[in-house]
Design a protein around this ligand. Sequence first.
Ligand code: NAG
Ligand code: NAG
Ligand code: NAG
Ligand code: NAG
Ligand code: NAG
Ligand code: ZN
Length: 806
Amino acid sequence: MAGVLHFILLLFLHCGSFILISAGPEDGTTTVDSDAAFTTTESLFSAGRTNASEVPTTGFTASYSKLTTKPPTTTTTTERLTGDTGKTAERAVSGKDAEEEKEQEGPLELERRSTRSIKVAKKPKTIQKKPKLITKKPKVVTKAKPQVKKSASPPVATEKVPQCPPLGLESLKVKDNQLRASSFKRKGLGPHRGRLNIQSGIEDGDIYDGAWCAQYRDKKQWLEVDARQLTRFTGVILQGRNSIWSWDVVHTYKVQFSNDSLVWKPCMNGTEEAVFEGNQDAETPVLALFNTSAVARYIRINPQTWYQNGTDGDICLRAEVLGCTLPDPNNIYAWQTQPAESRDKLDFRHHNYKEMKKLMKSVNEACPDITRIYSIGKSYTGLKLYVMEISDNPGKHELGEPEFRYVAGMHGNEVLGRELLLNLMQYICQEYKRGDQRIVHLVKETRIHLLPSMNPDGYEMAFKKGSELSGWALGRYSYEGIDMNHNFADLNSVMWTAIELETDRSKLINHYFPIPEQYTSEEAFVASETRAVINWMQDIPFVLSANLHGGELVVTYPYDMTRDWAPREHTPTSDESFFRWLSTAYASTNQVMSNPDRRPCHNKDFLRYNNIINGADWHNVPGSMNDFSYLHTNCFEVTVELSCDKFPHASELPMEWENNRESLLIYMEQVHRGIKGVVRDKDTEAGIADAIIKVDDIDHHIRSVADGDYWRLLNPGEYRVTASAEGYYPSSRTCQVMYDHYPTICDFRLTKMPKQRLKEILAKGGKIPKDLQLRLRQLRLRKLRVTTKAMNQRRAAAAAKRAKRV
Ligand SMILES: *[C@@H]1O[C@H](CO)[C@@H](O)[C@H](O)[C@H]1NC(C)=O
Ligand SMILES: *[C@@H]1O[C@H](CO)[C@@H](O)[C@H](O)[C@H]1NC(C)=O
Ligand SMILES: *[C@@H]1O[C@H](CO)[C@@H](O)[C@H](O)[C@H]1NC(C)=O
Ligand SMILES: *[C@@H]1O[C@H](CO)[C@@H](O)[C@H](O)[C@H]1NC(C)=O
Ligand SMILES: *[C@@H]1O[C@H](CO)[C@@H](O)[C@H](O)[C@H]1NC(C)=O
Ligand SMILES: [Zn+2]
């Protein structure tokens, strides 16, 4: 989710991450301000965590401790580049590392692609050198950061009281009618708003405010949760009020239990009533674990002290309750409880970096014929951005076969997309082997690329706190604090400025906008992750993509940026109708979004929009990946907001897979809509690269790729299509798009203009017929790569210096 509302959280997080960065090699926990409230709960956790190594782990703990006990030099991998072939890097690495380094470094793209082949061939070189210099860096960082390892199972408080999962106030598994309160100030502050991480609108006072607030200010106020069945309650997580204008937090509270909501038993601490620590700030969730768990159906949170100088001195809170439901033969709600399982046998849990890598490797081993793992670059701290490629011919672009990508985790704390992509690769592998015709067809006809984690640094931060305690913003940004969805080159402004200044409409370009000069400098605040993705977008001729986020339930399509800086305004592309179709394909097949009875996640009711909206009509996002993708490449991309809860508890993952499986597949299949074909030279039959495909009445062109193949996504209808290329006569034809799941083939054969004629044109106009735009595009990309390299070298040198000092 990207939003105006993040503004305040953003400031908050920035403080947190700044301190983290500047904490240096000392234990980061000692100085992190915003974590102060965690001190008590953290120690409870660490009791469980210290023995986490007893759990079968991924070796993460082991390698961590290795790093902390040995000087960095002993674990540093030394590597050597083999000449300038740029294809392979020899590394003298030991054991596990050697194995880890085996994956291919970059997309083995077509060496012979005409205009882009030069860049492509060069790319591995630059990328190869990067790791060499940066290798030492992550080790230093790892050392400086507090312990990263956490067992995938819920944290264990004490041996006597094992932790239970959240009931689902945040995820909405707990329905509005399961929440009651002693009193509430008004509807927008009702008990149904007392959910962990719920977000208010920009204004206070509407029906979507950011907490439950009691009407009265005394110690008799309570928020009640009806678990609807006997539950062993083990803890409560509390958070203050979310608002830009108001500030209310509960400092301490009591808890009571009941089986009938009439007779209540207090939560005890020995012989005394337990009084739990609540919040000091409005955003940090604070966990309280009960000394002894209680079995009951109802639970009440009963504030005792709160910030008196808060807005109106109100009692306001957001909460989550931890509890394990017990088998109950008399439970009348049994029929209503959703199955928490999935019929697919997939690895449903949260995977940190190491575990993700391991899982990807296992998929690759299970399906070596249709998968390939490669990395498109590295994060700031040196974690690789792994991609799983799935295709019947991995590693190769095939003539006419469209390329598809899913990108997840650009906001590191929006973790569902990551897990869904890991599920998806496992699923495709399994089903392909089973001979599932739909999957076999998809794999044979499409080249699929899955990037589960675009921001692995951010993810590790959120993962460390866990699904309930990471709050709303921790891990959203890159390690440097960059929001990657605002970090792409703003080509919208380039386009709109040109439209304003240029009177001759025929001179306006409408696609393949070059990256602005200033964006490519080393000083430009462009994250290494963003740079890696831009390179990737250039290397592979993607046709369709989706960018998976979390924190809402809606599909948004470009443009994401408003013209003239309006806070929100419907800002359609020339492909509005197809983008609406694409968004609908996902939204209407998603089992949660399409449920007409669902309640809105936070402060906007997207059901009223059928769960799809133009990005800019929601809120202005300059520099988004979707807009960049559409304006700089052939690729159409939408954003999918997958769930109200950015970091669902592991127990909810099977259900989330069920909710999204069909949508993920259907959406990929849309890459086969519209028309496709090959543009060839009439005489030689050779494919023509960079031919422009123009569809009448759509002011956005597409270009053919290296072998002359192209894809033009279109809704059903009849279109007049023109192909043109430098030095050729343009050719037009009518192409009919049907409702089928396969594209209409529209090939073109272009006749070369006589050389003589071409020369005449040259002499007359004195213009350079070379495609200036395209050349500019290449130049800028090259510059971006050079500056990226320089930047990485500088960082690595700094890291090496720091490592020496340690
Ligand atoms: C951790 O394990 C060690 C030995 O395996 C044991 O002595 C210690 O009490 C355990 N600590 C906790 C907090 O469980
Ligand atoms: C609720 O009922 C269960 C089972 O009968 C019992 O174990 C539990 O103590 C009761 N809880 C309360 C708060 O009365
Ligand atoms: C839990 O309760 C016991 C008494 O039953 C008490 O001695 C102990 O201090 C309590 N522990 C905590 C963490 O509150
Ligand atoms: C429980 O009691 C212990 C000992 O009196 C005290 O230190 C602790 O703060 C209490 N915890 C709660 C949650 O009331
Ligand atoms: C609350 O406000 C009063 C008066 O403005 C001030 O004296 C007092 O210190 C404040 N209390 C807190 C906890 O900020
Ligand atoms: Zn997001």
